[in-house]
Design a protein around this ligand. Structure first.
Ligand code: C2O
Length: 348
């Protein structure tokens, strides 16, 4: 049977794998959301303007200002508002650091972990879906689309420069200082690469082709291992989740911090706005992969499709969503700006 959305009132630091309370417990690892008396079932957005998520390195100054303002307002919301910036970051912590068990699915001793399995793509799609709508509502712009960090094209292979402006709401001091303006290494494994920028770009394009095309010839390889009610946390991540998704997290995370904060650790990743732009591009890879045709299709196993999660929406209503409703971005009211995909036709 499918994983059932957690009962959010049954949330805590899980002694199995979560950070244990103690002198070294990072601040804020207790990441349970505010409780809610009601849950509503998801409905597709209606009568709305379509959102086009733009490439982050191509934003106009006015779009950057709009993005910055939305994040600033999110940070200014009361701490216990579920739309608050830190509350939104806590979502990632709660679903990934053992705060929820699978008690609603009948397995109170098994934690929920949405990474390293077929839950990875749909969970993050839903997470961003609500995040984007909250940002849009805070600036009264229903067309607001979450920019994607276009690390799969040469001009997009650095952290977009406005993230480095320390007066901006998009700034985060906990990033690897050596990489603020460097060319990203999509295969980063913890050892800084010593190759030239040109070689890095070439390697990155080869990695993209390998992970999206060569290593993802069927749904299981792309999405990752099965995860059903009772599944233990690790069944094996899909090709893109493993690389470049995780290397990019580690490459941005700050080595001066104990746990690679912010981007380099599950509990803290959502505290850096760059996380959402990184995942916007990861989500775009799901859409791109499906355009390859043939076996490049969504998983049809009912346990996958009927998996549910809960998220707060822009009206602070707790919403229950199903994986089956996440498969088509058009139905969710968004798509990605069309840009060149230089790696797709350049088989190494
Ligand atoms: Cu939930 Cu990029 O990790």
């Amino acid at each position: 049977s499918p994983l059932v959305a957690p009962d959010i009132s049954n949330c805590g630091i899980n002694p199995l794998t979560g950070f244990k309370p103690g002198p070294d417990t990072p601040e804020g690892t207790d990441c349970c959301p505010p409780d809610s008396t009601q849950i509503v079932d998801f409905q597709f957005p209606k009568d709305e303007v379509f959102r086009v998520r733009p490439a982050a390195h191509l934003l106009s100054p006015s779009y950057i200002a709009k993005f910055n303002l939305a994040i600033k307002r999110m940070k200014e919301l009361p701490a216990d508002d579920p739309r608050n910036f830190l509350q939104q970051a806590h979502i990632h912590c709660a679903y990934c650091n053992g705060a929820y068990t699978q008690s609603s699915s009948g397995f109170p001793d098994v934690e929920i972990q949405i990474h390293n399995s077929w839950l990875f793509f749909p969970f993050h799609r839903w997470y961003l879906y609500f995040y984007e709508r909250i940002l849009g509502s805070l600036i009264d712009d229903p067309t607001f689309g979450l920019p994607f960090w276009n690390w799969d094209t040469p001009a997009g292979m650095t952290i977009p420069n406005y993230f480095n402006d320390s007066s901006s709401a998009l700034f985060d001091s906990k990033r690897n200082q050596a990489n603020l303006t460097a060319v990203v290494d999509l295969g980063y494994n913890g050892t800084p690469s010593t190759t030239s920028d040109l070689e890095k770009v070439t390697n990155n394009l080869a990695i993209m082709y390998r992970q999206v095309v060569t290593n993802a010839t069927d749904p299981t390889l792309f999405f990752g291992g099965e995860y059903r009610a009772g599944s233990e946390p690790i069944n094996g991540g899909g090709s893109v989740e493993q690389i470049p998704h995780t290397p990019v997290h580690r490459w941005v995370g700050d080595p001066r911090e104990l746990n690679g904060e912010d981007l380099g650790n599950f509990y803290s990743a959502g505290r850096d706005t760059l996380f959402y732009c990184h995942h916007s591009n990861v989500d775009r890879m799901w859409s791109l992969w499906k355009t390859l045709g043939g076996k490049h299709q969504d998983i049809t196993d009912p346990d996958f499709l009927n998996t549910s999660f809960v998220f707060y929406d822009e009206k602070k209503t707790l919403v229950r969503v199903y994986v089956k409703d996440s498969l088509r971005t058009n139905q969710l009211g968004y798509d990605y700006q069309r840009v060149d995909v230089p790696w797709l036709n350049s088989r190494p």
